[in-house]
Design a protein around this ligand. Structure first.
Ligand SMILES: [Zn+2]
Length: 304
């Protein structure tokens, strides 16, 4: 596919995004939200998005970079044969991710594969636009494909959805996605949405291989009559996550994890300010699972 000059590319992309944002339906128009919960939408529509603010990009480790906003992650894995982008963020983040990739010395046009944590608009609102412009292949877990191709949020959040996405490769838990010598392992960590994924990304630096996990404990939902997380899904995810031993974990909303560390991260300080302390990973999973169990008991007690 012919690739336009980078500048044209960014401008065209930004314009598409601008048109797109103008089309976000007004909260007063229930028809435009496809029968979803109008009250919920009104609440969300009135919410100021402070999560998509610009944030300086930095190297996480090896060939793995943070290119996202201040509180919505986007990860770039670079290889000699092109790049893998994990999560594309909100429409507002079109003015964050591509400039960040360029600042790091890479070309958005070299993105060959795009994967997502899950099909909620804040992590993938621009997925189809980026796919179309770059010609990249979207690879997604089977359970998330219905939401991606329909453009509907089929999970508990029931947001206004997204442009339907052309999925080029359907993944199963445990699959490897390889590009230019880097192999990312895909793990189903359902619970937040039916096909939420975590990714294990190996990164070489200073003669050793670090394990970076993008994703983490699933954030299961209780108390929604239309979509409750199936407890067995969440417990399977916790069990799966316990088998990992990451050096660094990046979640979808990293504001707290990055707090007070940004200067050191941008300065490429080693050891990484994001390096997990011994036992921290297991504690993260334990805390999330304990919180979920507590909410399950509360729901059970309320319905008794
Ligand atoms: Zn979500």
């Amino acid at each position: 596919m012919h690739k336009p000059l980078l500048l044209t590319f960014v401008i065209v992309f930004a314009s598409i995004a601008a048109i797109g944002s103008a089309q976000v339906p007004a909260a007063s128009d229930p028809l435009s939200i496809g029968g979803k919960d109008a009250e919920w939408f009104a609440g969300q529509g009135g919410r100021v998005d402070t999560d998509s603010e610009p944030q300086a990009p930095f190297k996480i480790m090896g060939n793995v970079y943070y290119v996202g906003a201040n509180n919505i992650s986007s990860i770039l894995v670079t290889t000699p044969q092109g790049h893998i982008l994990l999560d594309t963020g909100t429409k507002k983040m079109t003015s964050v991710i591509f400039p960040n990739i360029v600042k790091l010395g890479f070309k958005p046009a070299d993105i060959k594969i795009i994967m997502i944590s899950h099909a909620h608009y804040d992590h993938m609102e621009t997925l189809e636009t980026i796919r179309r412009i770059t010609g990249a292949t979207v690879a997604a877990l089977e359970a998330e494909v219905p939401s991606l191709v329909s453009g509907k949020d089929l999970s508990q959040n029931e947001t206004w959805g997204h442009e339907p996405v052309q999925v080029g490769r359907i993944l199963r838990s445990g699959d490897d996605v390889t590009l230019g010598g880097t192999t990312i392992k895909v793990i189903w960590t359902g619970g937040h949405t039916p096909g939420t994924a975590s990714y294990v990304i190996p990164a070489q630096e200073g003669g050793r291989t670090y394990q970076i996990v993008f994703g983490g404990p699933p954030g299961p939902i209780t108390g929604n009559p239309r979509y409750d997380t199936r407890p067995e899904d969440a417990f399977t995810s916790y069990k799966m996550l316990r088998t990992l031993n990451p050096d660094i974990v990046i979640g979808g909303h990293p504001l707290n994890a990055f707090k007070g560390k940004l200067d050191a991260l941008v300065a490429n300080t080693r050891p990484s300010p994001l390096a997990l302390a011994p036992g921290q990973w297991v504690k993260m999973i334990d805390d999330s699972e304990a919180g979920y169990k507590k909410r399950l008991s509360a729901v059970a007690a309320a319905t008794r």
